[in-house]
Design a protein around this ligand. Structure first.
Ligand code: SF4
Ligand code: SF4
Length: 252
């Protein structure tokens, strides 16, 4: 019997699920090791649980999803959340800092048909999560590491350091020091391989706050570079807005 792998979608853009299909060279080998029991992005077939490993993408934004994630948890031996939506509430958590009714009436032609919660929350706010894989989207090498680790019953080897570590390892010239370009690398979880700084751009914080982010120190540096409080709020309020706001609140 192969272990059953299930992939679930909540409020999200599907980009993290697609990372699994984007494994290219490794996908066939992985498909040989597991039974793809539930993965609507790849197959309309579905196999009943329990599932050995569930990968959950997306945040909780409706009352129905808040119930559905409980069912997913009950049916899953191990549950791993993938991506900024599932681990931090995603960009849709901008609603947490505003009035969601204003967004709904601005976006939808018939807002009276929209039934939504006032907040977007990560999966871990609702059920026990065995591992969180960060990124918007997640990195495919890290996804492969997490899936194989769970299949072999070991801890995933995912570093909890910052993007600066990856950046220095690649031998990049620091864009913040050399060019005065604002960069969230010092407070952002490693995983992307310092993609943006490698192309002379500042880090946008796609992977969310690293384990011990010093947002106070980075904010001071962003002010030195000419950003006012509003600019600083805006760079932190993107894909991982909820997690960065929590980190900034803890540091204040
Ligand atoms: S984390 Fe980013 S890529 Fe993944 S589902 Fe959410 S918005 Fe899409
Ligand atoms: S460019 Fe950004 S990520 Fe790279 S070392 Fe400088 S601050 Fe860190």
């Amino acid at each position: 019997m192969k272990p059953k792998l299930a992939v679930w979608k909540f409020a999200s853009c599907d980009g993290c699920q697609l990372t699994l299909l984007d494994l290219e060279d490794e996908l066939l080998a992985l498909a040989g090791l597991v039974e793809l029991a539930e993965f609507r992005e790849a197959t309309s077939g579905a196999v009943e649980g329990p599932y050995d490993l569930s990968l959950v993408e997306g945040s909780i934004t409706t009352a129905h999803d808040a119930e559905r994630i409980q069912e997913v948890r009950r049916a899953s031996k191990a549950l791993v959340t993938i991506g900024a939506c599932a681990t931090a509430g995603g960009v849709q958590a901008l609603r947490n800092f505003a009035d969601v009714r204003e967004f709904v009436s601005a976006v939808y032609a018939s807002p009276e048909y929209i039934s939504t919660l006032a907040t977007s929350t990560p999966i871990a706010a609702h059920v026990r999560v065995d591992f969180e894989l960060h990124g918007c989207p997640i990195d495919k090498r890290q996804l492969l590491e997490v899936v194989t680790a769970f299949l072999h019953g070991r801890k995933p080897g995912i570093p909890s350091t910052s993007v600066c570590f990856e950046c220095k390892r690649r031998g990049n010239v620091c864009v913040m020091v050399a060019h005065g370009t604002p960069c969230l690398g010092p407070v952002t979880h490693a995983g992307c391989g310092a993609l943006c700084p490698s192309y002379n751009r500042g880090c946008y914080g796609c992977f969310g706050p690293m384990e011990t982010p010093n947002t106070v120190s980075l904010t001071r540096q962003l002010h030195v570079l000419g950003m006012d409080d509003r600019d600083v709020d805006r760079v932190f309020r993107t894909f991982n807005v909820r997690a960065f706001e929590e980190a900034r609140g803890a540091d204040a």
